[in-house]
Design a binder for this molecule. Structure first.
Ligand SMILES: [Mn+2]
Length: 321
């Protein structure tokens, strides 16, 4: 256990980085655009300064991402090497470092760079409540007076654009647009980032979406919108469960919907349930089934025959709808 855990400023981090030479960076488990963008951006900055850097993440980025952004293929899933400093990027708690949590926790010189604002778990903590961790790395880049080339600009843009839902969530403020403007000027590949993260779908994904939409059901005058997919569907389109992740959004996007529900058969007769709420907290509904999550985005697992599972969800949601 580390004894002191303290907050540091951007300039203190810049100084610390300049004094050390070997760095292990950690992106969070099931990496998103922000952790990947911020971690790789930080690695580019450190290497530009002549430092030795390796990046670890216990989950590989998707084929789609690795094909589009070659730097992502350098991310390692097995820990190795000797370092002066370990940095957890975009991790709100130590469990976000996944399989590296014990290695990380046992090390003395650790730094968190994050925007979630959880409890400090590193020796040094640069935690700012921005929309994305990439904004903190951007400040660091400014502080260290590193020139922003198109590659660095692209990775900084990646986290900014994905954690703001392509500049549409309510965390999007003037500073997000100002940063985006400068990154554009520096040659960020904004169109490519936008396409890969927000537009590209695989054939199995779009076929599953079609199947789910064809089965759309509504309850309570359209306030509950529900869809489902079975293991048979997944097999038919040669898809894994990850290919269904965006589908629930189509349910909640229906203008009358307060709750959007997507059921996917995970193992025979056990359903992974994703819920989205609109001005309505779905967390309580999921808690009834032993799940949880955020107010407007929650999930749970329910076992049973499909129609029984649907009946249960409709009944429980109906208490408060
Ligand atoms: Mn983030």
């Amino acid at each position: 256990m580390k004894s002191i855990k303290k907050a540091i400023t951007v300039s203190q981090l810049a100084e610390l980085l300049s004094q050390r030479s070997r760095f292990a960076l950690f992106a969070h488990t099931n990496p998103d655009g922000d952790t990947l963008g911020a971690t790789i951006a930080l690695s580019l900055v450190l290497r530009r300064l002549g430092k030795y850097v390796r990046i670890f993440c216990d989950t590989q980025a998707s084929d789609k991402l690795r094909n589009a952004f070659s730097e992502m293929t350098e991310i390692e899933s097995v820990f190795d090497g000797k370092y002066d400093v370990m940095i957890a990027v975009d991790c709100g708690d130590i469990n976000r470092t996944g399989e590296f949590a014990s290695v990380y926790d046992a090390f003395g010189e650790t730094v968190t760079v994050d925007h979630h604002g959880g409890e400090y778990f590193s020796k040094y903590n640069l935690v700012t409540r921005y929309a994305s961790t990439c904004q903190i790395v951007y400040e660091l880049v400014k502080e260290m007076a590193v020139a922003i080339d198109p590659l660095l600009a692209t990775y900084l843009y990646m986290g900014l654009c994905t954690d703001t839902g392509n500049f549409s969530h309510n965390n999007t403020d003037k500073n997000c647009f100002l940063m985006a403007a400068e990154l554009c000027e520096c040659g960020a590949e904004t169109e490519k980032v936008n396409r890969v993260f927000f537009k590209d779908v695989t054939l199995p994904e779009v076929r599953l979406l079609g199947r789910a939409l064809g089965r759309l059901r509504t309850y309570y005058d359209g306030r509950l919108v529900l869809m489902y997919l079975t293991q048979k569907d997944l097999k038919e389109f040669d898809a894994d469960i990850g290919a269904t992740s965006g589908i629930v959004q189509y349910a909640i996007n229906v203008d009358s919907a307060k709750i959007g529900v997507m059921l996917t058969e995970y193992t025979p007769n056990t359903y992974k349930v994703s819920m989205r709420g609109k001005d309505f907290s779905v967390r309580e509904v999921c808690r009834e089934f032993g799940g949880g999550g955020h107010m407007y985005a929650s999930g749970c697992m329910i076992s049973g025959f499909l129609e029984d599972v649907i009946d249960k969800i409709v009944r429980v949601a109906g208490y408060t709808l």
